[in-house]
Design a protein around this ligand. Structure first.
Ligand code: ZN
Length: 310
């Protein structure tokens, strides 16, 4: 049976027809206007109609960046999409005449990776998407863990440093201010500003504005400041995973998102930091720390499978 998975991002809607093995049969995408949340449902309906033509589609799963309520129908708050109490399920389902399930995008990714990607065969998985922030998803006893009100697994907003860097969520010292792509850039900028002599390659590449790509490239060329930024980032990543393991005892972590493409610059050190800081170390198995396998399609595939199991 076929379902459609839809991934709503800040600038585009990507959608695919997915079979029950998690294979994408056909896919398409459209740009979105981030300031017109009312038009997103129309855009989703449009791609669903296109992909449904000549096919028997059972249901639609939609992954969206935001806080999704416990009935999986309402986006309560989406920082990047101007949604407030948006009845997304009702709108889309009314337009396409199919059952619709809404899911937080990081949850959908975690489910996709667990079912069909790096977490295949695992029952206790923590998925971390390292991009601008940290997206989190938890799978426990083979089921997606969503919390009492559907707001669970916002792992990036654990407050790891009192009085630390301000976070977009309104708090300070959140984990994603130290172990996300944006955090890596901030760290590199701080080191370069404090000691430009250590950042010659980075400053040469960046020409004034340091971004993630330059930090990665400079680190690959041995730039001292960029390597130091990756080390700080890796230690925070390992520390956070150790804290999560202390509470949740997962069998594996899956690391995805843009920063994971530079895994050779941080993964070994993050694994070491995790092992060195894990409570009860030496007397418990170490959770496996793996890279995601499905790339950008994890959310689409996960949302489609969640719709199938609605
Ligand atoms: Zn935060």
């Amino acid at each position: 049976m076929l379902t459609i998975g839809v991934d709503i991002g800040g600038t585009k809607v990507a959608a695919g027809v997915v079979d029950d093995n998690g294979e994408i049969v056909e896919h398409t995408r459209r740009p979105t206007a981030a300031d017109r949340p009312d038009l997103v449902a129309e855009t989703v309906a449009d791609v669903v109609r296109e992909l449904s033509a000549g096919r028997d589609i059972e249901a639609v799963g939609v992954g969206a960046a935001g806080f999704v309520d416990e009935t999986r129908s309402m986006v309560r708050f989406a920082p990047n999409l101007a949604w407030r109490e948006e009845p997304l399920q009702k709108k889309i389902s009314g337009l396409v005449g199919l059952p619709v399930v809404i899911e937080n995008d990081a949850n959908a990714m975690a489910w996709g990776e667990t079912r069909f990607g790096a977490g295949r065969g695992q029952s206790h998985v923590i998925c971390l998407t390292l991009g601008t922030g940290i997206g989190g998803g938890l799978v426990f006893d083979g089921a997606l863990y969503r919390g009492r009100w559907g707001m669970g697994a916002e792992l990036g907003h654990m407050q790891v440093l009192p009085g630390g860097r301000p976070c977009g969520c309104g708090n300070v010292g959140c984990w994603e201010q130290y172990a996300s792509g944006q955090a890596l850039v901030k760290e590199a900028r701080e080191i370069a500003a404090a000691d430009p002599g250590r950042a010659r390659t980075l400053l040469g590449l960046a020409g004034g504005k340091i971004e993630g790509e330059e930090v990665t490239e400079a680190a690959q060329r041995g730039d001292e400041a960029s390597l130091a930024a990756f080390d700080v980032f890796a230690d925070w990543l390992g520390q956070g995973m150790a804290d999560l393991a202390a509470i949740l005892d997962p069998g594996c972590f899956i690391i995805g998102g843009g920063v994971s493409r530079a895994a050779d610059l941080f993964l070994d050190r993050a694994r070491r930091a995790f092992a060195e800081r894990l409570t009860g170390r030496g007397h418990r198995p170490l959770a496996d720390i793996r890279l995601a396998e499905l790339g950008a399609s994890a959310g689409m595939v996960g949302a489609a499978d969640l719709a199938r199991r609605r």
